[in-house]
Design a protein around this ligand. Structure first.
Ligand SMILES: *Cc1c(COP(=O)(O)O)cnc(C)c1O
Length: 366
């Protein structure tokens, strides 16, 4: 068959191992997944109550325009309904953006390491991928500017960055946006927006008003705890959204997920509570790293990438045997490090006790 040449050698996204599989493989009763930055507190109790009484007719196609959700998000952000695009998770938005703007002969600029789906989708479209090494885990925006040329179509700024958890400050971003050519789309992927607490990050929504080439992506998968429902959205000027909309699948959010997202958005108290608990989790990990002299990247997210001074794959395996699924740095382009999502206080304590045991076994604390 006449496959796209670039598909040869490509692999499907490698997600963290499913909990059930790990239970079976290691004969464990309880397994905790701290691998995909999901919310350990689940989702708003209001969503739970809604689900219990919901009587959605699933035989009917959803509203492709997601009117009710659109109205709710527009109100929440203080933007126009026509300035929003909804995706089946931000992953879908990434695919829509690349399908609309990338093709053989153009290139796309991103940080390295950063979220793998940018390059994955760009490769499928046959575009050239330009990866610019991060500096101390942070986007090197000067080097990214230097990588842009007349054939650059999209620049990705993952802010905060996955897997390092670091942010680009408002000053840096402002300076960057001033210099990016106006025909290059700048994607600000803010999947972890709700967890940011650094004063040097300022709300970015106003950049969309100032720059027609800026688009911001956020998601209900992380702090809102609705990863399984697959809802993400993008905010950009009306003309940009109008260009992207035909690329979107006609019914890319289910009826139920649209309803659920509206309910979740109304419960900002839940988000506040999760933010506070997340900060406490972060403290537990930072204290562990400081105590043991392990390097870590300052996180503005619900996960942390830190050094283990051992083979990351071995640590990954040993922690899995003990009932914790994490991400090995080897899979993320950061060998010698692991990425761990903050769990509940109890999960974090247990995890860190077991990690201490594993690292001792590995001779790290000799
Ligand atoms: C998790 C994540 C996404 C994808 O989120 P979905 O909305 O679930 O598709 C996008 N970008 C980054 C940086 C992420 O970490």
């Amino acid at each position: 068959m006449k496959w796209k040449q670039q598909l040869f050698g490509m692999k499907a996204y490698q997600p963290g191992k499913p909990i059930e599989e790990v239970k079976r493989e290691f004969g464990l009763d309880e397994v905790v997944k701290l691998a995909s930055n999901e919310n350990p507190y689940g989702f708003s109790p209001k969503v739970k109550a809604f689900l219990e009484t919901d009587s959605t007719n699933h035989a009917i196609y959803p509203d492709g325009y997601a009117q009710e959700l659109r109205t709710a998000v527009a109100k929440h952000l203080g933007v126009k309904e026509t300035e929003l695009l909804f995706g089946n998770g931000s992953d879908d938005l990434i695919a829509i953006l690349t399908r609309a703007l990338l093709y053989p002969g153009v290139n796309t600029v991103m940080a390295d390491p950063s979220f793998s789906q940018y390059s994955h989708n760009a490769e499928i479209e046959g575009a050239e991928v330009r990866k610019v090494p991060t500096k101390d885990g942070k986007h090197d925006l000067q080097a990214m500017l230097a990588a842009i040329d007349e054939n650059t179509s999209i620049v990705w700024v993952c802010n905060p960055n996955n897997p390092t958890g670091t942010i680009v400050s408002d000053d840096e971003l402002q300076n960057f946006l001033k210099q990016v050519p106006s025909d290059v789309l700048v994607v600000l992927d803010e999947a972890y927006f709700e967890y940011i607490n650094a004063p040097e990050f300022k709300d970015t929504l106003h950049y969309v008003k100032e720059y027609p080439n800026v688009i911001i992506m956020r998601t209900f998968s992380k702090a809102y705890g609705l990863a399984s429902f697959r809802v993400g959205y993008a905010y950009a000027q009306e003309d940009v959204i109008a260009k992207l909309d035909p690329v979107r699948g006609p019914f890319n959010n289910t009826v139920l997920s649209q309803k659920i997202a509206v309910v979740a958005l109304e419960d900002q108290q839940f988000i506040q509570e999760c933010r506070t608990k997340n900060e406490n989790g972060k403290k537990q990990f930072v204290e562990f790293c400081n105590k043991h002299g392990l390097n870590y990247y300052p996180s503005q997210t619900n996960f942390i990438l830190f050094e283990v001074k051992a083979d990351s794959d071995v640590v990954f395996q040993e922690m899995m045997k003990r009932g914790f699924i994490i991400r090995s740095g080897n899979a993320l382009g950061t060998p010698g490090y692991i990425r761990v999502t903050f769990g509940t206080e109890e999960q974090n304590s247990k995890f860190l006790t077991l990690l201490e045991e594993v690292l001792t076994e590995q001779g790290v604390f000799a």
